[in-house]
Design a protein around this ligand. Structure first.
Ligand code: AP5
Length: 259
């Protein structure tokens, strides 16, 4: 029998991981009769990208529910630090209100900590708002390589900048859950109240035309290259996010269930 080395153990673990993913995939295909997506390991490590107001925060919770994966929204994580008035929150608020980006180190460590400790992430994850720079994308790949995991999809919600002003200035959010509504396109059942908890809805401090324009400049300069990064790896797909939300959802499912 060959000597037991760390390399041999790691290679075996890799093989077992791939086999488990393959079995789950085949099981998913076998029970493909229903519209509801199955917990297919290969479809669970998803990046949702797009400019401010494209609909990431609207679609991601539905993906979380459909795939039983965790939803990691870096903007929500930062806003929770702001609400707790931590040092990071104070610094982040200034940057967010200016439409800039918080440092790569801070953001990468936040995601790493969630992937390490959040039990909901064991079935996979939906990243919403991360990675936002090529450096973040490279460090995410490193992190996943160490876990013998790969991203399955990077989906970009594509929409013309001109359509985003109305979406952003009309948005209402429930801070505790991150649920978002729109005064006209998706109003809550009761004026300014969250449908689930009845708690008050607020407007984000960066949801004004001035900050939006800066966020868009930042997006095109720093995050568009991230889409190019995933185009090179072959996992990028773009979908038309100017459609109504139900249609965007169908387009998303179309991407994940193409094969
Ligand atoms: P973040 O919170 O991620 O903001 P964002 O990327 O600007 O995206 P939004 O949350 O504004 O838009 P969304 O696409 O989620 O839109 P939603 O679904 O709510 O980040 C905030 C800040 O944090 C950043 O600017 C940065 O400073 C910092 N940050 C975060 N991550 C970072 C990172 N990785 N690195 C560095 N810094 C980071 O929809 C918007 C509105 O439109 C809603 O009212 C909704 O009801 C409505 N709507 C949605 N879809 C439709 C539709 N199809 N038709 C009509 N209306 C629709």
């Amino acid at each position: 029998m060959a000597p037991i080395t760390e390399e041999a153990v790691s290679s075996l673990k890799d093989m077992v991981g791939k086999l488990e993913a393959r079995v789950q995939d085949l099981e998913g295909r076998l029970s493909n009769g229903s519209n509801k997506p199955k917990s297919v390991a290969e479809q669970m490590r998803i990046i949702l990208m797009g400019p401010p107001g494209a609909g990431k925060g609207t679609q991601a919770p539905k993906l979380k529910e459909a795939y039983c994966a965790c939803h990691l929204a870096t903007g929500d994580m930062l806003r929770s630090q702001v609400a707790k008035k931590t040092d990071l929150g104070r610094e982040a608020k200034k940057i967010m209100d200016q439409g800039g980006l918080v440092s790569d180190d801070i953001m990468v460590n936040m995601i790493k900590s969630e992937l390490d400790n959040n039990a909901e992430c064991k079935n996979g994850f939906i990243l919403d708002g991360f990675p936002r720079t090529v450096a973040q994308a490279e460090r995410l790949d490193d992190m996943l390589n160490h876990r013998n995991q790969k991203l399955q999809h990077a989906v970009e919600l594509q929409i013309d900048d001109a359509l985003l002003v109305a979406r952003i200035t009309g948005r209402l959010v429930h801070p505790a859950s991150g649920r978002s509504y729109h005064k006209i396109f998706n109003p809550p059942n009761q004026d300014m109240k969250d449908d689930v908890t009845g708690e008050p809805l607020i407007q984000r401090s960066d949801d004004n035309v001035d900050a939006l324009n800066k966020r868009l400049v930042t997006y095109h300069a720093q995050t568009t290259p991230v889409a190019d990064y995933y185009k090179k790896t072959g996992i990028w797909r773009g979908i038309d996010a100017s459609q109504e939300p139900g249609q965007v959802w169908k387009s998303l499912l179309g991407v994940f269930h193409k094969n």
